[in-house]
Design a protein around this ligand. Structure first.
Ligand SMILES: Cc1cc2nc3c(=O)[nH]c(=O)nc-3n(C[C@H](O)[C@H](O)[C@H](O)COP(=O)(O)O)c2cc1C
Length: 212
């Protein structure tokens, strides 16, 4: 279990980690510098390389006991640059990516369906877009990447692994079926056998060799 750490300013992130350092039962921290659902903080950090360096560096110094993952925003000009800055500032792994800022409207009332007017789009619609981000980031860093965005089937998992993810997370599909991750994990080995690949690194090597 990892704690997803969020803040409205740099000091918030440091303070949350400082408090959690005394807690037991956590495997690590996932620094959320990419939340599109708040008016300040969150995504503002994730888009600016200088701020990424500052917040990740400060979190790294505070997180003495545990690994630090950094969850990136998908809405950046150069994901490779942001990924490299996070790595160089002390991230042990990257989670790619958070939701995409979006809108949805109820036409009968002409009101936004979202409490904050805009909000984060998740689910199958974002999978091809986030997949490319994982592929681009993989070329820029050496630390592991955890892919997520729209995963529903074991084939979706394989796509993320092919482009370079070392592991995946399942968000929206877990709301429909809380056992979605369990199901995907139990079918993964057979899916790899069907593709005639022996491991995650094998599928990545094959994908890279066939796609330059
Ligand atoms: C209802 C909801 C709540 C979320 N809350 C968080 C959060 O607190 N922290 C975070 O980093 N990401 C949060 N996310 C983003 C997801 O972790 C994930 O990055 C995103 O939804 C894409 O994956 P998916 O398509 O599998 O849902 C949330 C997503 C949803 C739909």
């Amino acid at each position: 279990m990892l704690a997803n750490v969020f803040g409205y300013c740099l000091e918030d992130y440091v303070e949350v980690i400082r408090i959690l350092e005394d807690a037991e039962g956590l495997a690590g921290y996932e620094l959320n510098i990419s939340c599109p659902n708040v008016k300040k903080g969150g995504m503002q950090f994730g888009g600016d390389p200088t701020q990424v360096a500052e917040v990740v560096g400060a979190a790294r110094r505070a997180a003495a006991r545990r690994p630090l993952w950094v969850k990136l925003s998908p809405l950046v000009a150069d994901i490779g640059l942001i990924a490299r800055v996070a790595q160089d500032s002390g991230a042990d792994a990257l989670t790619i990516a958070n939701t995409y800022p979006a809108m949805a409207i109820d036409l009968r009332s002409l009101k936004s369906r979202l409490g904050n007017l805009t909000g984060g789009l998740s689910g199958p619609a974002i999978r091809p877009i986030t997949l490319r981000l994982v592929w681009e980031a993989k070329k820029a860093v050496s630390i592991p990447i955890v892919g997520l965005g729209g995963i529903e089937t074991v084939e979706d998992v394989l796509e993320y692994l092919s482009v370079g993810a070392s592991a995946v997370q399942v968000g929206t599909a877990s709301f429909a079926d809380p056992r979605a991750s369990e199901h995907l994990a139990s079918t993964l080995t057979n899916a790899l056998v069907r593709l005639k690949v022996s491991s995650i690194s094998d599928i990545q090597a094959k994908f890279a060799s066939k796609n330059g």
